[in-house]
Design a protein around this ligand. Structure first.
Ligand code: CA
Length: 232
């Protein structure tokens, strides 16, 4: 997807936050439009042709959860990132329940938002241009529907877990370093002080490997990870 043609709808009622996000997006080559309340957001979504939506939760007239649900009833694909000042796990979970793809707690750094946007757009472009189904042994990943199955059993993954699994699958049988994963999946430069990649690999293992055999995701000590059939 050409970034210059990428249109982002920002639904945010705080003028400061809205213009901070809009300026940042435009500086990075995106086109960004602001809706200052939930109803305006809905109207703009229905009449505009957007590629991604950034959605605040506490909004006048219609809150972000309601708007997210309404958008999803007519459009399953458009990536939605929710913004909120409330950072409890419950809020995060309800955001995902209503169909959000990602979630950011205010105050946030713009580069963090940018990384999430790029990662979601990358997922879309992988799905549009790549093969439709990736497989390895009894593991099956559909890039169009985001459906993941192992031994015929459906597995629910978060957006990040999905992106990580797709990356491992595209490199099956090859060791991928944490640096590679950070760049390709998170769009960030790897910082050795963070264990975010190991944490996500463990989330993924619990879902993909824990109840199945053989184990597919393996640690290559000191190097990174590899997708292959093995005991471990
Ligand atoms: Ca608000």
């Amino acid at each position: 997807m050409n970034q210059l043609n990428t249109r982002i709808l920002v639904v945010e009622d705080e003028p400061k936050v809205a213009s901070f996000v809009q300026r940042g997006l435009e500086k990075n080559g995106f086109s960004a439009e602001i809706a200052f309340d939930g109803l305006m957001g809905k109207r703009m979504f229905e009449t505009g042709d957007y590629d991604l939506i950034i959605l605040d939760i506490n909004l006048p007239y219609k809150n972000g959860f309601e708007l997210c649900k309404e958008i999803r009833s007519s459009n399953q694909k458009i990536p939605i990132i929710m913004l909120t000042a409330l950072g409890t796990t419950e809020d995060k979970l309800s955001g995902f329940d209503y169909g959000a793809d990602d979630y950011l707690v205010k105050p946030f750094e713009f580069r963090e938002l940018l990384a999430r946007i790029r990662s979601l757009l990358k997922r879309i472009s992988i799905a549009e241009t790549g093969g439709n189904i990736l497989t390895f042994l009894d593991l099956e990943v559909n890039l169009n529907t985001y459906e993941v199955k192992r031994n015929g059993k459906k597995i629910d993954l978060t957006q990040k877990e999905f992106a990580l699994l797709v990356y491992l699958l595209r490199n099956k049988g090859r060791v991928v370093s944490r640096v590679d994963i950070a760049e390709k999946v998170w769009d960030i430069t790897f910082d050795t002080g963070t264990n975010v990649i190991d944490v996500y690999v463990n989330f993924l293992r619990k879902k993909i490997d824990k109840d199945f055999s053989p184990k597919l995701i393996h640690t290559q000590t000191g190097v990174g990870y590899i997708l292959k059939a093995g005991k471990e």
